[in-house]
Design a protein around this ligand. Structure first.
Ligand SMILES: C[S@@+](CC[C@H](N)C(=O)[O-])C[C@H]1O[C@@H](n2cnc3c(N)ncnc32)[C@H](O)[C@@H]1O
Length: 353
């Protein structure tokens, strides 16, 4: 099959999880825009044919910059995950509020370039914000400029991601009759990829805390691990945090899949919120990977997952290298759209283009 040459612009691209999924589905990522330099360094390192550019999308002049970057090239798809902190709807038609301008950036670029389709990813809470009024206003805005919009809260685990991560996704098709139908789950709950299946082949780092380990110590143990390692002979971003002794002692008392409720009275009481001292469950997918809050531990070893282990749970292949310091790397991984979920959505979208 010949690969379609569909040009994509990724707004709020971060390190490029969403872009990577589209790329794996055969799209051509032209440009990624973000204002965080370390994420862009990772984006540029891993998306060789694309160009990640630093622009503030809350500034109107950034759209003229995008015009210059495109240099007349046609855009087929615009994708993006605008942050929606502080999102506000203060009354009918008050969507134009300052605080919503990052969302408006998506609408503005779609209006300017009239791509064949767009895809927006967001947190699930967005669906019911202001009793659904925000969601409806987004749909109305895009409908006004000729897009048929569908939305759904999708779960990454359904598409082969070892993680229960739910996200609200809008897809608009520039058509009067075509409406995007979300892909059916690839896996049923009983077949979800587990944490153990995802990361059991990665070195334990029990005796090499703080050192970056670049050598695999065993063969891939299953299909998922073979897929993640298919283009990689060397490990990257696999360094263990050297926790304080008391942290290791406390976590050693938590069983696989357990949390603070499994601790004896008087132990670990410095952290008592509902997700404190949680270990991954080796027999289940992970809960949503965060941006590195150090409250989640390996199912077997007495430490947090490494950046590589979290990246595996986000289905970044092992040859996708994260740049920046550890905090920046964790943020890039935690912010990303899981690659295999993005690929499933992008593959389905090909049917409409
Ligand atoms: C949820 S993350 C996007 C993740 C990305 N879609 C992925 O799959 O890897 C949101 C991104 O928006 C960027 N961002 C926030 N405000 C911005 C602004 N005003 N202009 C440009 N980028 C911004 C952040 O730096 C962050 O990388």
């Amino acid at each position: 099959m010949t690969r379609p040459s569909l040009n994509v612009l990724d707004l709020f691209c971060g390190c490029g999880g969403l872009s990577k999924g589209f790329e794996e589905a055969g799209y051509n990522i032209l440009i990624g825009i973000d204002f965080e330099q370390s994420a862009l360094n990772t984006f540029n390192h891993n998306h060789k044919t694309a160009r990640g550019v630093r622009l503030d999308l809350s500034k109107p002049e950034s759209f003229d910059e995008i015009d210059t970057l495109l240099a007349g090239r046609k855009l087929d798809v615009i994708i993006g995950g605008p942050p929606c902190q502080g999102f506000s709807l203060t009354g009918p038609r008050k969507f134009d509020d300052e605080r919503n301008k990052l969302y408006l950036a998506m609408i503005e670029t779609v209006r300017r370039y009239r791509p064949k389709a767009f895809l927006i990813e967001n947190v699930p809470g967005m669906a019911n914000l202001y009793k659904g009024a925000v969601r409806d206003e987004i749909i109305r805005r895009f409908s006004e400029i000729g897009y048929n919009v569908t939305y759904k809260i999708v779960c990454a685990a359904d598409y082969g991601v070892p993680q229960i991560r739910k996200r609200l996704v809008f897809v608009g098709i520039h058509s009067e009759k075509d409406k995007y139908v979300f892909p059916e789950p690839y896996l049923s709950e009983n077949d979800y990829i587990t944490c153990e299946q995802a990361i059991s082949d990665l070195p334990s780092l029990e005796t090499t805390l703080g050192e970056e380990i670049s050598v695999y110590e065993c063969e891939p143990q299953n299909k998922f691990q073979r897929l993640m390692r298919s283009s990689s002979t060397t490990l990257h971003n696999h360094t263990a945090i050297n926790h304080k002794p008391f942290v290791k002692e406390v976590i050693a008392l938590v069983p696989d899949g357990g949390n603070y409720k499994d601790l004896p009275p008087g132990v670990g009481e410095s952290r008592v919120f509902h997700m404190a001292w949680t270990r991954l469950n080796s027999k289940k997918p992970a809960r949503t990977v965060d941006t590195g809050h150090r409250n989640l531990f390996h199912y077997k070893w007495n430490r947090c997952p490494t950046v590589r282990e979290s990246a595996r749970i986000q289905t970044f292949p092992d040859d996708f290298v994260f740049l920046g310091n550890r905090g920046q790397q964790n943020k890039q991984v935690g912010n990303a759209v899981p690659v295999l979920m993005a690929k499933a959505l992008a593959t389905q979208l090909l049917k409409y283009l």
